[in-house]
Design a protein around this ligand. Sequence first.
Ligand SMILES: [Zn+2]
Ligand SMILES: [Zn+2]
Length: 164
Amino acid sequence: MEIYVGNLDASEKLKVETTINWAIPSGYKLNKEEIKIDLSGTITNLGDFYLFEGEAKAILEFACDLCLEPVNYLLSFPVVERYSETENEEEEVWGMLGKSIDLGGAVKMNLLLNLPIRRACSENCSGLCPVCGQNLNKGACNCASQPKNSFFEGLEGLFSDKEV
Ligand SMILES: [Zn+2]
Ligand SMILES: [Zn+2]
């Protein structure tokens, strides 16, 4: 999606309100292949470059790391990027397509940088029972009633044997 800025005077702002659909690469382990990114902000003509300042929002769906239940997660992040007709990677200035700006690349890059590292359905997710696989958020299983420390009791037995 290209935004024409050729008619922006110096210091003039252009309001941007758009939606970017993106088939996010499968390596990011999201449940939905295509996500919708809502973007709003302004492009300002600052002479040497154009400045985009705005905010992006997207609903991500992924499996909870602990209980594997699907989670809908609202990700919102700021996007502040500079554009000029001559791209300059060192100065972190994006190139333009003639007098048009394509915000897609910068928005996608910022989204990936802002993906949550910890993916849990809640702060207090109890996860799955390692023995029977029961989702412990939905109730305790019978495994919990068995002695928990039998493994460690076994170890203690080993050590005391050695001492004798
Ligand atoms: Zn969970
Ligand atoms: Zn269990």
